[in-house]
Design a protein around this ligand. Structure first.
Ligand code: SF4
Ligand code: SF4
Length: 295
């Protein structure tokens, strides 16, 4: 079972939920931070890092002595990452999506495969029982989806010794990175807060993810704050509310100290333990993803 924990805006408690769910999960589980621009799940789970590798994208490298300026590559590239100006071939590696199309169509074999560093992938184990994996985007790199895909490929290609559930901490919002983060999931859990801002961005996220046709459910954080508009929207859209996490100063204190709230507060441990049961009842997808990141 792969569950993506997502939200329409930052600061709703998505990482708090992911960390606590992983903490109380009662089967083999791997927590994956796909918020690669600002990963912070490791600050709470505090995993022992067992390995890391650089992730890179395949980009074209030109041999200008072979180029006849035929434009076949420029006409093919949908991202304007390669261009011909007069008789001069120009490449813009930072705009390249690594599809390899230009290399394939060049009749003169003037393009070969080079690499652009995207960032790094780190993996390890938290509390001796929680698998952990994260991507960290290189400073200055603009495109996060290729690194997110590399993180998930790392998960899929790791030694298939034991099945594990996967909890994805997705980046907030409704843009390309958020969509890419929930794509590999079997189900999406949206974390929101019952405030006008929370309701507004929650609706946007629901609308953005709906075309993916994945089961979606809701966790309401800071329940007791704000108004009833989020509840009314969930009711009208038949979105199940799996849990309400109360607006409680002790949660903020635990968070500010980098604690997993399910570990720090017994009442929260109970809330998240019950949430795991509800998640299973709601999305009873078989655990079929094979991962052994400590191999
Ligand atoms: S690899 Fe794809 S995206 Fe990159 S320059 Fe070539 S055609 Fe464009
Ligand atoms: S396809 Fe090859 S030969 Fe044609 S412009 Fe591009 S690099 Fe030059």
């Amino acid at each position: 079972m792969i569950v993506a924990i997502a939200s329409g805006k930052g600061g709703t408690g998505k990482t708090t939920v992911t960390g606590s769910l992983a903490w109380v999960w009662n089967r083999k589980v791997t927590a994956v931070d796909l918020d690669v621009e600002e990963p912070n799940l490791h600050l709470f789970l505090k995993p022992e890092i067992l390995g890391r590798e650089v992730a890179a994208l395949e980009v074209p490298v030109a041999d200008e002595s072979k180029c006849t300026a035929c434009r076949a590559c420029a006409d093919l590239c949908q991202f304007k990452a390669i261009s011909v100006l007069g008789s001069v071939l120009l490449t813009f590696p930072e705009m390249c999506h690594g599809c390899g199309g230009c290399i394939a169509v060049c009749p003169e074999k003037a393009l070969s495969s080079g690499t652009r560093e995207l960032g790094e992938i780190l993996w390890g184990r938290a509390a001796g029982r929680i698998g952990f994996c994260m991507g960290r985007l290189r400073v200055g790199e603009a495109m996060s989806p290729p690194l997110m895909r590399a993180v998930m490929e790392k998960l899929a290609s790791a030694s298939p010794n034991a099945p594990t559930d996967v909890l994805i901490d997705a980046p907030p919002g409704t843009s390309c990175p958020a969509i890419n983060a929930v794509l590999p999931s079997d189900a999406i859990v949206l974390v929101t807060e019952p405030t006008p801002f929370g309701n507004h961005d929650f609706r946007l996220a629901h609308a953005a993810f709906r075309p993916l046709e994945k089961p979606m459910a809701v966790i309401i954080n800071r329940a007791g704050l704000g108004d009833r508009s989020v509840y009314e929207y969930c009711h009208s859209e038949h979105l199940p509310i799996l849990a309400e996490i109360p607006f409680d100063r002790r949660l903020a204190e635990a968070y500010s100290r980098g604690r997993i709230v399910a570990e720090a507060l017994p009442a929260m441990n109970q809330v998240f333990t019950e949430l795991v049961c509800r998640l299973r009842e709601w999305a009873p997808v078989e655990s079929v993803r094979e991962v052994a990141l400590d191999a």
